[in-house]
Design a protein around this ligand. Structure first.
Ligand code: 9MR
Length: 580
């Protein structure tokens, strides 16, 4: 597959205009099967038998479905139910425009430059062909304003005005002007801009969610460039029996990540919770199996070596130790939590040892790049005692020569409590200490229930504030949200406090759009622009390639050469390019 080329010289930002639209699908074929048939009619409303509309694989992206329309002696219009079975007149009151994409095959171009016809009720309306479907072999989006229907039909009929022709159609929907986005358009996603900035924008997942054909799976890979297992790489999952490792869940995440060019972070190697029962009890200092300190250290070492080596080179960050601090700290020194078997049997040195073993295991496997983190919750604003405790412990480890790269602020928080300037103060402290500080498990709850202002404005401000941090602090390359939608959160009140970036039915929330816009603002400042995924901007002509310091790498080469360059910035044919 052709690699993506990021061009700095074309800045085409249509996002702001599009992002305001609320999308209501008429048909996106995600509940269809190949071979499903739709009825077709002529312009007078008589059903046609010499035309067909059959669900098939998308000719440009065979993992999704679309409708293949073939017409005979008359132009044919495919009938779809209006969403919610509402009538044409209600459609007009509720929605402003209709959008769909057409694909005319190169093997039969009769349908090119034909009017797009929409029959909503008794009247039909057409789109000017000149600005419509004028190129074969690619998907062409079309949009038009609704405004002519007068009758009350509960269906809409759509098609290109062509006889003896064929075309494909997909993503048929009405638009209003509330909020929403088009996840099939990469330029409307946070991932598009985070990729350009080299930042990690992640989400926690379970292997069962990673289905390419589901809206969930698509929402994950189209919008995020990093994943972390919500539970898949915890000790009870990876070593359910002593020295009996099970990597199946984590491996499933890695294979999805590889397919969609995403990074994976690892969570977590050593935690007092979700430990397998052969060791002892989660959230408890008890030692029911009577392990000696030496035995438990050996168990921890064997676990860390087994897991880190298995994933070496595939995981970019590990939460080595999770939640080892007690709640309610004063800010002087640090206090470790007591309900942990690691702490009660081994003592504080379990932390030092865990980091040392993680580093050694990775290095022995040739993975010198994986970053090692100390992760905790309620460690956001510098004013919090636990934040200072995290700082004190991380600095103590670093000063002892323990290989720690930084701290993870989980960021399970609330709109009304999350204090961005306080978090900035913490970032400054960690920066001065030479430690990374990343955002690992973000969810930002509203009041219960969330207010309209929170939903539309302040939640987005808090999320965008974190984007601001990751874009402006080098010590902060990662932000990960803890769940995909308000329907997939561990929080018991999520249905009403709505802490995440997508609604339960996977529509983008205003907070998501705020995140996109903030990433976009920084990408624009950095001078990166349009993604080219399938076309060389210089056509087939040969170009010279220089590295960013001006040294010539190659003369007279074509797109294939550029596709195979290592990731990085280049000057190609006189233009700045980011090759990914
Ligand atoms: O979201 C996770 C949930 O599915 C598990 O049931 C729970 C078990 O302890 O862990 C949740 O994730 C936690 C994460 O691993 C560490 N920080 C707090 C997260 C939310 O509880």
């Amino acid at each position: 597959m052709r690699k993506l080329l990021l061009l700095s010289f074309v800045i085409l930002f249509t996002l702001a205009a599009i992002a305001k639209d609320k999308i209501v699908y008429i048909e996106k074929f995600d509940n269809s099967s190949v071979g499903d048939v739709f009825k077709v009619f002529d312009i007078e409303g008589d059903e046609l038998t010499d035309a067909s509309a059959v669900v098939e694989a998308d000719p440009a992206s065979p993992s999704s479905l679309c409708l293949h329309v073939k017409t005979g002696s008359k132009a044919a219009f495919v009938e779809f139910q209006n969403p919610g079975n509402i009538s044409g007149s209600t459609v007009l009151k509720t929605y402003e425009r209709i959008y769909m994409q057409f694909y005319v095959p190169e093997s039969n171009t009769a349908a090119l430059n034909r009017n797009v016809v929409v029959i909503l009720g008794a009247n039909s309306q057409t789109v000017n062909a000149a600005s419509g479907v004028n190129e074969a072999g690619k998907w062409i989006p079309t949009t038009q304003t609704l405004g002519k229907a007068s009758s009350i039909r509960k269906t809409v009929r759509i098609g290109l005005n062509v006889k003896e022709g064929e075309y494909y159609v997909k993503l048929i929907r009405y638009l209003t002007t509330d909020f929403g986005y088009d996840y099939n358009d990469p330029t409307q996603t946070a991932r598009y801009y985070a990729d350009q900035l080299g930042l990690n924008f992640g989400v926690c997942v379970s292997p069962g969610q990673l289905n390419d054909n589901s809206r969930m799976g698509q929402t994950i890979w189209r919008n995020f460039n990093m994943m972390v297992g919500e539970n898949a790489m915890k000790m009870d999952a990876t070593e359910p029996n002593q020295n009996g490792f099970n990597f199946s869940q984590g491996d499933a995440i890695l294979s999805f990540a590889e397919k969609h060019d995403m990074k994976v972070r690892g969570h977590t190697l050593c935690w007092h919770s979700q430990i397998p029962s052969w060791i002892g009890n989660s959230n408890s200092a008890d030692n029911p199996k009577g392990w000696t300190k030496k035995q438990l250290l050996d168990i921890l070492k064997n676990h860390i070596y087994g897991v880190v080596k298995h994933y070496a080179g595939k995981i970019v960050e590990w939460d080595v130790v999770n939640e080892c601090l007690a709640d309610g700290q004063s800010g002087n020194g640090y206090v470790l939590r007591s309900n942990s078997i690691w702490r009660s049997v081994i003592g504080e040195e379990f932390i030092d040892s865990a980091f040392v073993w993680a580093r050694r295991a990775a290095d022995e496997a040739g993975d010198y790049d994986v970053k090692l983190y100390l992760n905790d919750y309620s460690v956001d604003a510098w004013s919090g005692g636990k934040t200072k405790a995290l700082y004190n412990l991380a600095v103590r480890l670093k000063n002892s020569g323990v290989p720690i790269d930084g701290v993870g602020m989980q960021t399970h928080t609330q709109i009304n409590n999350y204090n961005l300037s306080g978090v900035k103060e913490s970032l400054e402290k960690f920066k001065a200490a030479g430690l990374n500080c990343i955002f690992t498990e973000i969810d930002i709850e509203g009041s219960n229930p969330i207010s309209t202002t929170q939903l539309k404005t302040t939640q987005g401000e808090k999320y965008a504030g974190i984007v601001d941090f990751v874009c402006s602090y080098e010590i902060s390359p990662t932000m990960v949200v803890w769940g995909i939608s308000d329907g997939n959160s561990w929080l018991s009140n999520a249905a009403t406090t709505k802490p995440l970036l997508f609604t339960a039915d996977m529509e983008a929330k205003p907070a998501y759009l705020a995140v996109v816009n903030k990433f976009k603002e920084y990408a624009e400042k950095a001078g990166v622009g349009q993604v080219y995924s399938d076309e060389s901007p210089w056509g087939e002509s040969a170009v010279d390639v220089y590295n960013i310091t001006g040294q010539k790498i190659a003369s007279g080469v074509t797109i294939d050469f550029i596709d195979n360059l290592p990731e990085g910035l280049y000057i190609v044919g006189g233009r700045k390019l980011y090759v990914k």
